[in-house]
Design a protein around this ligand. Structure first.
Ligand code: MAN
Length: 149
């Protein structure tokens, strides 16, 4: 994993591409919540019925993970191969569980967009997000399914 980390930092990293996104947020409705991703900052779960906002984690690092998903017909999915992922940890404590955390997995897209949010296990969230920020990263290009990393 360290090798991947080094490559990421060298190839595009926080210094370049993600710096431009810092301070910007995108969101998506899903179920009873609206979920917000603020790049390199935090993820948040907001109840549609009003009331409290729940911190789902604070940005800790860029990572990479291997995924193997079918690409939906609209292309708004991760496909398969190595993908850039952003880790958000130490969010609001979960009753009888861990502090909330979010893994944000990125794939190339024309605009920043949250595609899907899942709660993998209690208070452990995963967001699939499209962004032009990773389009130059090996394996994340359009038609991402066919990369050979
Ligand atoms: C809230 C939300 C859920 C979470 C539960 C855990 O309802 O944050 O996503 O599973 O708390 O108690």
């Amino acid at each position: 994993m360290t090798g991947h980390q080094d490559d990421l930092n060298k190839d595009f990293g926080v210094d370049d591409v993600f710096r431009a996104l810092k301070g910007q947020c995108i969101s998506k409705d899903s179920g009873e919540y609206n979920y917000e991703l603020c790049w390199l900052d935090r993820t948040t779960q907001k109840s549609k019925k009003g009331g409290s906002h729940t911190g789902m984690g604070n940005f800790v690092r860029i990572d990479s993970i291997t995924v193997d998903d079918d690409l939906p017909p609209d292309g708004k999915g991760l496909g398969s191969g190595v993908r850039v992922a952003l880790r958000y940890e130490n969010g609001q404590h979960c009753w009888n569980g861990p502090n909330r955390s979010t893994l944000v997995v990125l794939a190339c897209a024309e605009q920043d967009e949250v595609w899907k949010i899942t709660e993998e296990e209690k208070c452990v969230y995963r967001m699939e997000v499209g962004t032009p920020a990773v389009c130059d990263v090996s394996g994340n290009g359009k038609g991402a399914g066919k990369d050979e990393l």
